[in-house]
Design a protein around this ligand. Structure first.
Ligand code: SAM
Ligand code: SF4
Length: 332
């Protein structure tokens, strides 16, 4: 198809959309949301499936070929599976992906292997008690079983583990050990200040350097693996192991120069950076019945203003203070 690609003023081509289909979740990961939850959006304030499909059509027309479904927990939104099938059939993205906490994937195993080659699962501990302390829900057994089921179905499973002081440092080595015989990718993520509270002092000091050094202190023969330039993850493999591990410097923000992504929040805001203060209200534009051409123009203008990096984006919002929103509204 002939199109003029989506490019920002720093010359980066945007071909990847992360779409949050809900802000609701059945877990309460402490780094993402307060225990009591957040003020969840009313149904009328979130994009309908039809509106999301319309947007995805527009994005497809301007060269977006990778779509990731995220949330909140995507599977808590009613009828998500039908929407996923529609996206696959109508949009046919080159890469179609989902990020889930895997509490509900067992309900959709008839469809998931056909829909996705890869599923990203958030799991921060391999110990049931620590899992409970982190997520405030007693779902470890179910999640672990569901992960095994996903692996057995032939889906490539990528585990996302946020690394946090006093919460799951003991798990780092166990996670790498898990890759010895299992063909999984475990990606350690630096914690970011998006927990829906203002407790910035409690953010973990486990940055990517410290995480790697910790792993190297136990595993001596580690090979770095080449990744696509737009990848946010530095990938490694312990020699002889089946799976791989990676580190995502989400807070150090070393990857912004090659960023190829934008985000659509559940309320239909286009965010040009994870650290952006606010976005472009696409829900309003959709409900004003804007044409595809008009929507495309609005999106192009928004993308043009994409911040050079996450530091600039955070600075722009409220002085030098980063943001303390919940990641469940942004989609990670
Ligand atoms: N509920 C799904 C899940 O947990 O996979 C999808 C949404 S979740 C907001 C997306 C990703 O954001 C997860 O991998 C989660 O670990 C990550 N995340 C949430 N809050 C974070 C934080 N404060 N710092 C780093 N990563 C965070
Ligand atoms: Fe829910 Fe995912 Fe946030 Fe955990 S990280 S509370 S699973 S949205």
């Amino acid at each position: 198809m002939k199109y003029s690609p989506l490019i920002d003023r720093h010359g980066r081509r945007i071909n990847y959309v992360r779409l949050a289909v809900t802000d609701r979740c059945n877990l309460r990961c402490f780094y993402c949301m307060p225990e009591e939850g957040i003020q969840f959006l009313e149904k009328k304030s979130i994009l309908t499936y039809e509106e999301m499909l319309r947007l995805l059509h527009v994005f497809k027309g301007i060269g977006v070929d990778k779509i990731r479904i995220t949330g909140g927990e995507p599977f808590v939104r009613k009828d998500l599976i039908y929407f996923l099938k529609e996206v696959k059939k109508e949009i046919q993205p080159q890469e179609f992906a989902i990020t889930t906490n895997a509490t509900l994937t067992h309900l959709y195993m008839d469809d998931l292997p056909e829909l996705f080659q890869t599923v990203n699962v958030s799991l921060d501990s391999l110990d049931a008690e620590r899992f409970f302390k982190i997520t405030r829900r007693d779902d470890f057994k179910k999640v672990f079983e569901n992960i095994q089921e996903l692996i057995r179905s032939g889906i490539q499973v990528k585990i996302n583990a946020v690394v946090m002081n006093e919460k799951n440092i003991e798990d780092i080595i166990s996670f790498v050990e898990w890759t010895r015989n299992e063909n999984i990718e475990v990606r350690f993520i630096e914690e970011m200040p998006f927990n829906g509270t203002r407790e910035k002092d409690k953010i973990s000091d486990w940055n990517y350097v410290k995480i790697l050094q910790h792993i190297q202190s136990k595993f001596k023969n580690i090979t770095k693996i080449e990744t696509p330039v737009s990848s946010t993850s530095m990938m490694y493999q312990v020699n002889g192991f089946t799976g791989k591990f990676g580190i995502i410097p989400a807070f150090s923000r070393t990857f912004c120069g090659t960023c190829n992504r934008i985000r659509i929040t559940a309320k239909g805001e286009l965010l040009t950076c994870l650290y952006s203060s606010s976005g472009t209200n696409l829900l309003q534009e959709l409900r004003q019945n804007k044409s595809e051409e008009e929507l495309e123009k609005i999106i192009r203008n928004a993308v043009l203003e994409k911040e050079k990096n996450g530091f600039e984006a955070a600075k722009k919002r409220n002085g030098f203070i980063p943001i303390y929103e919940s990641m469940t509204t942004i989609g990670g």
